[in-house]
Design a protein around this ligand. Structure first.
Ligand code: ZN
Length: 151
């Protein structure tokens, strides 16, 4: 009888130890998740789209303090990555949800306005995102016509 009692006590003791340990693990897990959640949101805010001036291909990168532009491009293998402007327009003048990253002429020291390779519309620095009932930017043809008429 004495033996069984000891057995039960030790089993109960063991069980309690395990339960306690699991509870501690659960706490760790939830606090980890909470922390991880915040840091991933923060990481997202530092996430920027760059565009390789040599290959014209966009890539994502985390922006860090002290980083200099151009950044290292994974496509050219050189420092040819420039911050991209995002164009949210389609060729027919409506808004789209997945933007096209565009490299501004100005950023790479080229002259003249920049037009989106996808919708052919004018892209400017801090390119405005489409608003409800907002006017779409002019296409390259519209832009050139307007400027030709102004002359
Ligand atoms: Zn576009």
């Amino acid at each position: 009888m004495e033996k069984i009692k000891t057995f039960l006590t030790t089993r109960l003791g063991r069980y309690l130890t395990i339960a306690g340990g699991m509870l501690a693990l659960a706490c760790l897990y939830y606090s980890y998740r909470a922390n991880f959640g915040t840091s991933s949101a923060m990481a997202q805010s530092r996430h920027r789209t760059f565009i390789c001036s040599e290959t014209g291909r966009p890539f994502e990168m985390n922006v860090d303090v002290g980083m200099t532009v151009p950044v290292h491009s994974p496509y050219s293998g050189k420092d040819t990555g420039y911050p991209a402007e995002l164009c949210y327009w389609t060729a027919d003048g409506s808004a789209k949800t997945v933007p096209t990253p565009v490299l501004l002429n100005l950023v790479v020291g080229k002259k003249g306005p920049t037009f989106c390779p996808d919708c052919q519309r004018l892209v400017v620095g801090h390119n405005p995102t489409p608003t409800e009932g907002g006017k779409s930017p002019p296409t390259e043809t519209e832009y050139r016509q307007r400027h030709a008429n102004a002359r």
